[in-house]
Design a protein around this ligand. Structure first.
Ligand code: ATP
Length: 363
């Protein structure tokens, strides 16, 4: 039982680099998620950990053991795949017991472990069924039971929910999370679904083009993105183009009064300010406030969603999505209205041209 260290792992296919020196430490018992768009290298990294691929350079340590030098079958790892990967000619119980056979577990022990794993994933009573007589959700439960039956040190899951419908996905997601916590198995989970990642993970690594861009707990990933990519990939984010010439600060195509506190917090040159729709507040009047920036725009579109309304606001040279509660029918903004919104400094994220992002800092 120990930490997993991924040290400067690189991998390329032909001449195309897919992993550019990944460094990660995954803690004992942690639910750790690799989150990123299609093609960013998540599966490749998982396959390196499982032993299906050799890295070009770098190493993987599980405690003091050099994992990357062991063949796949000698690594103490359980794996759950997107397409279930159950054997169609074996029953549920035989599928779950498959990994135990190879580990020369006695048949009495095997029956016990299979039974225990079936209970954990709620497959009781289905031991003799063939996979063709199971739903997609049940087949993935078999995949999960097979992976945990061997009591691995490490559990790897590659988009295990993507073939299931939305309702089942949420249900099984919560079950996987509960089961992982109960068993305490260090788990690395791959997904491109940011909501899924936020819901299940202890920590998330946001990957982009073969690089680990930010590794943090879900709250920090969402509230304090460290790169522009992380800001844009997780949740919805507004980006406002800005340019600070020293003499004037341009926000979109508007020049801002030089005396405004915002200018003192911005670097010289071009950059973007980012803010989430739910952090923008509709205010009355256009007066500047010391703790934020007030601007006016024209309502281009409103979408009423019951507990909130989404407003697309057109400004000079950019637009903002505003997500706000509706206190009363009277306060519902209509298309064409001019309204004022307040962007609190505390929620503005500075995005630098080199891709870094961070909180606004008084300079
Ligand atoms: P997805 O969510 O679509 O599975 P991913 O983030 O898991 O994406 P990978 O499967 O790791 O991405 O693939 C990363 C890149 O490497 C992609 O451009 C892919 O086409 C390429 N790639 C993966 N496996 C191979 C291979 N065996 N040979 C050549 N290129 C490959």
């Amino acid at each position: 039982m120990s930490e997993l260290h991924i040290l400067s792992v690189t991998k390329q296919f032909g001449t195309v680099p897919v992993l550019h020196g990944i460094d990660l430490v995954i803690r004992q018992g942690e639910f750790f998620t690799l989150l990123g768009p299609s093609g960013c290298g998540k599966t490749t990294l998982l396959r390196v950990l499982a032993g299906f691929l050799m890295p070009d350079s770098g190493s993987v340590m599980l405690g003091r053991q050099r994992l990357d030098l062991l063949p796949a079958h000698q690594r103490d790892i359980g794996m759950v795949f997107q397409d279930y990967a159950v054997f169609p000619h074996l029953t549920v119980a035989e599928n779950i017991g498959f990994g135990l056979k190879a580990r020369s577990v006695s048949s009495a022990q095997m029956r016990e472990r299979v039974q225990e794993a079936m209970q954990m994933v709620q497959l009781d009573g289905l031991a003799d069924r063939l996979p063709s007589a199971l739903s997609g959700g049940q087949q993935q439960r078999v995949g999960l039971a097979r992976a945990i039956a061997i009591r691995p040190q490490l559990l790897l899951m590659d988009e295990p929910l993507s073939n299931l419908d939305a309702k089942l996905r949420t249900e099984l997601r919560d079950e996987i999370r509960d089961l992982q916590k109960r068993l305490g198995i260090t788990t690395i989970y791959v997904t491109h679904d940011q909501e899924e990642a936020l819901a299940v993970s202890d920590r998330i690594c946001v990957m982009n083009r073969g690089r680990a861009e930010q590794t943090d707990d879900p709250f920090t990933i969402y509230s304090a993105p460290a790169t522009r990519f992380a800001a844009s990939f997780v949740g919805t984010m507004n980006f406002i183009p800005c340019d600070n010439h020293g003499a004037s600060l341009r926000i979109g195509q508007d020049g801002l009064a030089q005396t405004h506190a915002l200018q003192g917090m911005c670097p010289r040159g071009a950059f973007e300010l980012a803010i989430r729709p739910e952090h923008i507040e509709i205010v009355s009047g256009t007066d500047s406030r010391p703790d934020g920036y007030v601007l006016q725009g024209r309502v281009e579109k409103t979408v009423y969603l019951g507990r909130e309304v989404q407003i697309k606001l057109a400004l000079n040279g950019y637009s903002l999505l505003v997500q706000t509660p509706v206190p009363s029918r009277r306060n519902l903004a209509r298309e064409g209205d001019r309204i004022s919104v307040w962007l609190p400094f505390a929620h503005l994220v500075m995005c630098h041209p080199d891709g870094r992002a961070g909180a606004l800092q008084p300079s």
